[in-house]
Write a protein that binds this ligand. Structure first.
Ligand SMILES: NC(=O)c1ccc[n+]([C@@H]2O[C@H](COP(=O)([O-])OP(=O)(O)OC[C@H]3O[C@@H](n4cnc5c(N)ncnc54)[C@H](O)[C@@H]3O)[C@@H](O)[C@H]2O)c1
Length: 318
């Protein structure tokens, strides 16, 4: 019998998959404090993981742990060097959430460009025409779109931007020019060149040492005053204080932010008081459909791991 820790609950359709497999038992762990994970996790053979951090302090106590199955595709909350040394496998729910995240990025772009929130407030306040005269709105048609990071989500994003008749540029040093051109976009060799010309920017990179603060005051200053930037990737890819300053000083027009350096977002984070920012609580994948797909894939990955049937696309570390 393999014991699996479910670190933070997810949609029940995933957990139901265990019922057909007698080899597995599971326990939901809701208290995600480091101390509780240090106490509880050592008894388990595998675990699922949402947003809580699996630090070295926790992992070094887990002598039985063979596999971590992320409910999601980012894995910056796991100590990679440590699991590599200890031969713990890391799996993700690849190919389950790109449509949801790309739709969320499009929704943020459209909401900001069309002034949806301000218009809604104006109507509710009875300021039907008067209240909207100072609200600037923009079209997406024929505009320069920059997609940063051309993996699963970046690729899903491109189809949507092209259908809005945007001119799409891609910055991703690790993707071949021909792949990008085949999808109908132009590959850029230089991020700054892309930022200078973009009307809209959408970020789809993992959080790494190289992408931390990828968007900062230096490059924000080079952007158009009317530019809108969307971050559904990870907090920390955009420097939050720099972004706040750029918005307050009219350096760029607006931003859509789904992810934060500290989550849940700190009440003192200036972005939550900035009305040029459209916010969401790391909820890009919270569609009814995506929650079910991710829950099932998270559990399937655990079962497939112990049955030696894993699909390569879900393996980050074998
Ligand atoms: N908001 C959410 O709920 C949510 C949901 C899913 C994923 N995400 C985030 O989105 C990220 C992307 O997801 P994905 O499934 O498309 O991942 P992916 O691994 O398929 O694609 C990431 C792409 O980023 C590129 N890249 C890496 N470093 C780069 C750099 N310095 N500059 C430009 N490009 C770079 C890679 O070459 C790759 O093509 C994830 O790592 C995760 O952090 C957020």
């Amino acid at each position: 019998m393999y014991k699996i820790a479910i670190i933070e609950e997810f949609h029940k359709t995933g957990l139901e998959l265990f019922e057909k497999h007698k080899k597995f038992s599971y326990e939901i762990i809701s208290d995600i404090s480091e101390q509780n994970l240090i106490n509880k996790l050592p008894e388990f053979d595998g675990c699922t993981l949402r947003v809580s951090k699996l630090t070295k302090n926790i992992l070094e106590k887990c002598k039985k742990l063979k596999v971590i199955s992320r409910h999601g595709v980012g894995y910056d909350n796991v100590d990679l060097d440590f699991i590599k040394k200890k031969k713990i496998s890391l799996l993700i729910t690849a190919n389950q959430n790109e449509a949801a995240v790309a739709e969320h990025a499009m929704y943020m772009m459209l909401s900001l460009a069309k002034g949806i929130v301000s218009h809604d407030i104006a109507v509710r306040k009875g300021l039907f025409k008067k209240g909207i005269k100072d609200i600037q709105t923009f079209e997406l048609d024929k505009k320069e779109m920059l997609i940063v990071g051309f993996g699963r989500i970046g690729k899903s994003m491109i189809q949507k931007c092209i259908s809005f008749n945007m001119n799409v540029k891609v910055f991703d040093p690790f993707v071949d020019k021909k792949i990008i051109e085949k999808k109908g976009a132009k590959k850029l060799e230089n991020l700054l060149e892309g930022l200078k010309n973009a009307d809209f920017v959408s970020l789809h990179v993992p959080l790494t040492n190289k992408t931390k603060n990828l968007i900062n005051l230096n490059n924000l200053k080079k952007m158009k005053k009317t530019a809108i930037i969307i971050n559904t990737s990870r907090g920390g890819v955009v420097n939050e204080l720099d972004l706040n300053k750029a918005l307050n000083e009219n350096i760029i027009f607006g931003a859509g932010i789904d992810v934060f350096e500290q989550e849940p977002v700190n009440k003192k984070n200036p972005l939550i008081k900035n009305n040029r920012v459209l916010l969401s609580p790391h909820s890009a994948t919270f569609t009814n459909e995506c929650k079910i797909r991710m829950a099932k894939q998270t559990v399937k990955n655990i079962i497939d791991f112990f049955e030696n049937k894993l699909n390569k696309s879900v393996i980050i570390k074998p």
